[in-house]
Design a protein around this ligand. Structure first.
Ligand code: SDX
Length: 428
């Protein structure tokens, strides 16, 4: 049997054999299917890209039915247990785990680039005190790129690597500096003695003590959260990073655009929306009424459901476990009981079971961020910080992919044609 699809166009009686590769057909192979010779030719109509592969990638593998997630072939469970976020970022970007020297050099590189150009503080200071942390992050990231005009040389591997290191290293400083400015606290500068997650906590919470004292349990929990959020194949923000990157924009502008996509409540903004939802529910006795409203279509169960996972999101399972470790140090988050009961009830309810709606990465993560004293407005920043390594790995893969060119989808035009302009005095 040949690896082809035979398509019969019943409008013309013609048949076409289209090649099948990787269980897909090239959409452009459909263009030969026409009624009239001067037709544009057949296209697929796929709003939200529900069934369209936009690229070939070897970075992240997801099996939504089995709840499997692997970075460069390594199961997320093993990375969460044995790796660090900085090492995982190297894996995503380079396709392999670093050897000892590579890891030492990579850690050094990231540590040495956490400082921000002092002039960026003028922008950070300019925001209103209550500016949303994601609006701050998106703007500061785009502005950061203006300090490195060389970043436009995206096909110079060494220059590209310098920008990748800068973005990964500086995004924790951007997040922390914006937080400190928002609460009227002086900036706490990066301290090279800390690990990546430890340095972030240091810059967020150091007060007048000469040296911030990081809790190893909280530092480790944050490192696990960073690992789990680092990449997730062609999600909304990563696809945005690729679309912007396809125009050959610099990586800072591409990351700012990807972060803007992540900001949406259906995507990275869901972790913040989950806490609002749990607070709105208020107690276990209100859960049944809330579930009935969701089933009546009055809102969504935030932190539930996924375009790909039709099983439990493996990241949610790991985060739920990590939460218990955090609460041993910080005391239990009172919203946890509501979240656990909500999950239990939802997983037994036909509405959610039939639609294969399970907890996703955002359902429990906010409970940990709250326990770490991270303000709710920053929860999506906590998602963006590690996701930049995934965005950058996917962006770099796009740049080096000979199949790729500037993204420019087509459309089905449904508007009027050939109308005459009507002078304003003749309009109704
Ligand atoms: C992330 O893509 C990624 O990989 C994203 C991410 C990553 O790492 O990058 O995993 C991170 O964004 C996780 C998702 C965070 N978002 C939320 O938790 C928001 C709540 N979830 C939903 O908005 C929704 O589940 C989506 C957006 C996540 C997925 O939506 P889909 O795939 O477009 O599914 P759909 O909206 O078409 O829903 C199918 C059905 C619908 O019901 P019917 O019209 O068939 O009756 O399921 C229902 C939906 O109404 N549904 C929900 C629901 N999610 C879907 N009903 C109640 N609560 C929900 N959460």
């Amino acid at each position: 049997m040949a690896d082809t699809l035979t398509i019969k166009d019943n409008r013309t009686g013609k048949t076409f054999d289209v090649k099948i590769t990787d269980d897909t057909i090239k959409a452009t192979d459909l263009r030969q299917i026409k009624v009239k010779d001067d037709d544009f030719g057949m296209m697929t109509y796929d709003p939200a890209f529900m069934n369209t592969a936009s690229c070939k990638s070897s970075i992240t593998f997801i099996d939504g039915d089995k709840g499997i997630l692997e970075y460069r072939g390594i199961p997320i469970e093993q990375l969460a247990e044995k790796s660090t976020y900085v090492e995982t970022a190297y894996l995503l970007l380079n396709g392999k785990l670093p050897n000892e020297k590579e890891l030492t050099d990579w850690n050094h590189e990231i540590t040495m680039h956490t400082i921000l150009n002092e002039n960026l503080k003028a922008l950070i200071d300019a925001f209103r005190y209550d500016a949303h942390p994601m609006g701050r992050l998106i703007s500061t990231m785009a502005a950061l790129g203006t300090f490195y005009p060389e970043a436009k040389n995206i096909f110079d591997a060494e220059c590209r690597q310098r920008q990748i290191v800068r973005i990964i290293a500086k995004i924790i400083t951007i997040g922390a500096f914006n937080y400190r400015r928002g609460i009227g606290m002086p900036y706490a500068y990066p301290d090279n003695d800390f690990t990546y997650p430890g340095n972030f906590l240091n810059m967020m919470f150091k007060m007048t003590e000469s040296k911030y004292k990081v809790s190893p349990a909280l530092e480790h929990a944050l490192d696990i959260l960073f690992i789990l959020h680092a990449d997730h194949e062609q999600n909304c923000s990563t696809s945005t990073m690729r679309v912007i990157g396809s125009s050959q924009a610099d990586p800072y502008s591409s990351v700012a655009g990807a972060a803007a996509a992540l900001y949406g409540p259906l995507h990275g903004g869901a972790n913040e929306a989950v806490i609002h939802m749990l607070r709105q529910i208020g107690s276990n006795k209100n859960i049944p009424a809330f579930i009935e409203k969701v089933k009546a279509g009055e809102g969504k169960l935030m932190g539930f459901g996924h375009r790909v996972y039709k099983n439990y999101d493996p990241r949610a399972r790991i985060i739920k476990q990590a939460a218990y470790g955090v609460f041993e140090v910080t005391g239990k988050n009172p919203l946890l009981d509501i979240a656990l009961e909500l999950e239990k009830i939802a997983l037994e309810d036909e509405y959610f079971v039939k639609r294969k709606l399970y907890p996703n990465v955002d359902f429990y993560s906010g409970l940990i961020y709250q326990a770490l004293d991270i303000p709710m407005g920053m929860f999506t920043v906590m998602f963006a910080i590690p996701r930049v390594s995934g965005w950058l790995a996917q962006w770099q893969e796009l740049l080096l992919d000979p199949d790729q060119k500037i993204s420019r989808p087509r459309q089905i035009y449904t508007g009027p044609r050939q109308l005459d302009y009507i002078p304003v005095q003749n309009r109704k």
